[in-house]
Design a protein around this ligand. Structure first.
Ligand code: SF4
Ligand code: SF4
Length: 340
């Protein structure tokens, strides 16, 4: 795999090449929040951000989209494909893992074609970061990423390392050869120092080694009732989560046009309506059951199905919970209860 070292000005050249291939989105600061928004120049991008409000899943699984339109008499049509290529610039390793987890979700016998089509059209540029007090990606093995990007950028002060992660990323890096060179010994030392600094900067951690077993034993724990009493079931934690992909599908008829649109929107297993079925029965009537369900899905169900948790340790659910519920503290409490 190709790695190149260059001065930070290379990012302007990279941006101008990328903007010739599609619309570029990247992290933009808006007050206290950072959001993935269209970039018109590299100077619009906030390169030292911690986390965006919404993860990049919004580009592949939009909050709302029309899947089909029924025109009557058995006729139906799918929306025209979006032709535009998108470039996602500045995704942190945890978000790269988040996209990979969603791809696993969509790659069974009946793949989700809108998701896959968008993913295939996206060029992804990863970006190095340092953790804050809500990041625990290292505990989830997501502080670095070996795939899911075309180019990965590591910021090393007055040098930048660019690493290709796909044939297209490789070709693009080759085009920058006039401005970039092979990493020197000094570049390698800087990279090692950066890794050391990043690893030493984590203040939050979670030992997930025996978590599925702990969860098996703590199904009746008082912790769930307590969380149910605190949780507003607002759904923030799942909406901002890079790996949560629950959605609802509704048919919306229009008497004016005679057509019916089948629309998919984000949903949350925290919502009361989520497990409500015809006849009025609710499989997760109580708030405690809904909170518990989300935690079990992340650290037990997904592990059983796919061999890893569906949490990348991004800290978004911690920073966005109005009730101050913190996923790491919850699992630590359960583990402590198990050890007693
Ligand atoms: S963000 Fe907090 S209060 Fe809202 S549903 Fe999630 S755990 Fe409950
Ligand atoms: S559960 Fe929380 S920390 Fe884990 S990936 Fe989702 S939002 Fe991030």
């Amino acid at each position: 795999m190709l790695v190149r070292s260059a001065p930070p000005e290379i990012l302007e050249t990279l941006f101008s090449r990328l903007s010739g291939t599609g619309k570029v989105y990247g992290p933009v600061r808006q007050g206290k929040a950072v959001r993935f928004l269209p970039l018109s120049s590299i100077s619009d991008a906030e390169l030292s951000y911690q986390r965006t409000v919404l993860p990049p899943k919004k580009f592949f699984l939009p909050p709302g989209e029309t899947l089909l339109t029924f025109a009557g008499r058995g006729e139906w049509r799918v929306p025209d494909e979006e032709d535009e290529r998108i470039v996602l610039f500045g995704l942190h390793p945890c978000d790269l893992h988040g996209i990979e987890i969603l791809t696993v979700f969509m790659s069974d016998a009946v793949p989700d074609s809108p998701f896959l089509r968008r993913r295939e059209k996206a060029f992804i540029v990863g970006l190095s970061c340092l953790p804050d007090d809500k990041c625990f990606c290292r505990s989830m093995g997501c502080q670095t990423s070996e795939k899911g990007f075309d180019i990965f950028i590591t910021l090393l002060g007055d040098r930048v390392l660019l690493r290709a992660g796909s044939p297209e990323g490789y070709r693009l890096l080759r085009m920058l050869d006039g401005e970039a060179r092979e990493p020197s010994r000094e570049d390698r030392e800087r990279l090692l120092n950066f890794h050391r600094l990043r690893n030493e900067s984590f203040t939050l951690s979670l030992d997930i080694t025996d978590l599925p077993e702990v969860l098996d034993l703590e199904e009746e724990s008082q912790v769930w009732e307590e969380l149910g009493n605190r949780c507003f079931t607002c759904g923030n934690c799942s909406i901002v989560c890079p790996t949560c992909s629950c959605f609802n599908v509704v048919d919306i008829p229009s008497f004016a046009s005679g057509e019916t649109k089948r629309v998919r929107t984000w949903d949350s297993c925290l919502f009361r309506s989520y497990a409500l079925v015809a006849g009025g029965h609710n499989f997760r009537e109580k708030r405690a059951q809904r909170v518990k369900n989300r935690y079990y899905h992340k650290q037990k169900g997904f592990v059983e199905g796919f061999g890893k948790p569906s949490c990348v340790g991004c800290g978004r659910c911690i920073s966005s919970c109005p009730a101050g519920i913190d996923v790491v503290s919850v699992f630590k409490r359960l583990t402590e209860a198990y050890a007693k």
